[in-house]
Design a protein. Structure first.
Length: 145
């Protein structure tokens, strides 16, 4: 379940980031559809495979947890949740640090406003995905205590 969550989150993020880059370039009308399918193709197919797999495994685990509450405290599940919390936290913090570093780094060239907005939306996409995963598992872990 946690592996499919990782692949699903990364591929969903890749699809959203690539779509944002494609449409924010300003030149997308002249670009061919092939470039969009190349940029989004593999991540979209990966998301189409892993997200439903995650949902099925997640719902199955939830059903088992309701019928057998001790499963929630299983060591392998706890390790998976802890690893998921660590990875999502590090990924979110690293994205925020990278974005802020880009803002404060002096540059000699004028950066267009469109680029700054696009970078902020990239940050929001990453934080929503990472933050959503982190918040869900954080709340779920503390609800059980």
């Amino acid at each position: 379940m946690f592996i499919s969550l990782l692949f699903g989150a990364v591929s969903l993020g890749a699809v959203l980031h690539n779509l944002l880059d494609y449409y924010s370039s300003g030149d997308y009308i002249r670009m061919q559809a092939e470039s969009l399918s190349t940029a989004v193709g593999l991540p979209a197919v990966t998301a189409l495979v892993t997200v439903p797999l995650f949902v099925i495994l997640f719902l199955r685990l939830r059903r088992i947890e309701k019928s057998t509450p001790n499963v929630h405290n299983d060591a392998s599940r706890r390790h998976g949740v802890q690893l998921t919390l660590i990875v999502s936290f590090i990924w979110g913090i690293a994205s925020l640090v990278f974005y802020l570093y880009q803002l404060i780094t002096p540059t000699t060239e004028l950066i267009p406003y469109n680029y700054q907005v696009t970078q902020f939306v990239h940050l929001l996409i990453t934080l929503v995905i990472c933050g959503g995963i982190f918040a869900y598992y954080w709340i779920d872990e503390h609800k059980q205590r």
